[in-house]
Design a binder for this molecule. Structure first.
Ligand SMILES: [Zn+2]
Length: 234
């Protein structure tokens, strides 16, 4: 699940255009970002099972990044960071903080839909949840594609984006969706967990930086009048 998380971020990004959509996208994959960092330092673990070629599902032990309580904590932390990061939003700071926290928590909800019951409520020994939609991969991918496209539509419609910018956002969403589908269907098992962590972190970084850049440009486009006055300050 990558395209679905980005779709949720785009839908939430529609609700607060003053926050760069790249921030919402990073928020929506924050739990995976934390997961792969913790895997690299050995605090969480990922196992590539022997039947990976047919299931495309690694097995996760990830109480600190994907536990329900931990996810609520990460969401709150991201909300506080947003509140502090955007002083210029004044009264809208709380709203922006809540929306970013919602983007972080949307990750847990979507993961709980597709993962097998492996998301712990609290610590490692606690009850684990997961509806296991990935066991019906075509259905899971159809649901994910729907979320990705609905989010994209919500974000680009009604925005004061140039046609070119809408095309860029659409291409980025379609590329992420294609990567997701390939990853969950025909991709060979990753050579190692470290390689999987490195490529996942790299993908997250590239997508977030690209989205941030596109988001900046769209801010400039929509505020062209203000920009001429405010540019000497920046
Ligand atoms: Zn995840």
């Amino acid at each position: 699940m990558f395209a679905g998380h980005v779709g949720a971020a785009l839908a939430i990004g529609r609700a607060e255009r003053r926050v760069n959509v790249g921030a919402f996208i990073f928020a929506s994959v924050l739990l995976d970002f934390v997961l792969w960092l913790l895997v690299l330092v050995g605090w969480e673990s990922v196992t590539i099972p022997a039947n990976f070629s047919s299931t495309h599902q690694p097995e996760f032990v990830f109480p600190y990044s994907h536990g329900l309580l931990a996810s609520i904590g990460w969401s709150a932390l991201a909300g506080v960071a947003t509140y502090l990061w955007y002083p210029r939003l004044k009264q809208a700071k709380v709203r922006a903080a809540v929306l970013v926290a919602a983007a972080v928590f949307s990750h847990w909800l979507l993961d709980a839909l597709v993962h097998q019951p492996e998301l712990p409520i609290a610590g490692t020994g606690s009850m684990k949840v997961g509806l296991g939609l990935w066991h019906s991969m075509p259905v899971a991918l159809a649901v994910e594609a729907f979320i990705a496209m609905a989010g994209l539509y919500l974000f680009v419609s009604g925005a004061r984006l140039s046609r070119a910018r809408k095309v860029w956002f659409s291409m980025l969403s379609l590329l992420i969706l294609a990567l997701t589908v390939v990853g969950m269907t025909v991709a060979p098992p990753p050579p190692s967990v470290v390689a999987m962590a490195a490529s996942s972190l790299g993908t997250i970084a590239v997508v977030c930086v690209l989205a941030w850049w596109l988001g900046r440009l769209s801010h400039e486009m929509s505020g062209r009048g203000d920009r001429q006055q405010s540019s000497p300050k920046t």
